[in-house]
Design a protein around this ligand. Structure first.
Ligand SMILES: *[C@@H]1O[C@H](CO)[C@@H](O)[C@H](O)[C@H]1NC(C)=O
Length: 146
């Protein structure tokens, strides 16, 4: 086996070991936007490959939102494994009034998604291109199928 193969095997083993220790998802803002981000989580936890994942993002907005763009991407061990770009108002009910909201984003995972640590990034902009929020949510895909 080559050194590169060993590295891949070691990485997969590490990912599997980490996945054996479920904790709660953690989150952080990845950029300052117009919204105040106060929380983020994932259900179910840990996530299982082939199932739908539901992300919740708690935000407070100072002004109503009538439209915008939502970008989502998912990293696995530092690699982009998924990305999408779409109408913010397909993911949240618009107009979004000023105030505190729990935003819900649903994402189906492929059956072949390897277990281990993932990073989901959700970034929203209004029609003028102004950043509303950017949140990183760490989650894990369980080793064992349901
Ligand atoms: C988001 O807000 C809801 C309603 O206040 C609360 O029940 C939930 O725990 C919050 N989630 C996070 C991740 O902060």
């Amino acid at each position: 086996m080559t050194a590169a193969n060993n590295k891949v095997v070691a990485t997969l083993l590490l990912a599997a070991l980490l996945a054996l220790h479920p904790a709660t998802a953690d989150w952080r803002t990845c950029d300052e936007g117009e919204f105040d981000v106060t929380g983020g989580d994932v259900e179910p936890y840990p996530v299982r490959a082939g199932e739908e994942v539901v992300f919740h993002v708690n935000v407070t907005s100072g002004a109503p939102i009538t439209g915008g763009l939502l970008e989502v991407w998912v990293d696995y061990l530092g690699f982009h494994v998924y990305s999408s770009q779409g109408d913010l108002c397909e993911a949240v009910a618009c107009p979004l009034a000023a105030g505190t909201h729990t935003l819900t984003f649903r994402q189906s995972l492929p059956k072949v998604a390897p277990p281990g640590p993932y990073l989901g990034v959700f970034q929203a902009r209004n029609q003028g291109g102004i950043l509303l929020f950017c949140i990183d949510i760490n989650f894990r895909i369980a080793v064992w199928p349901a």
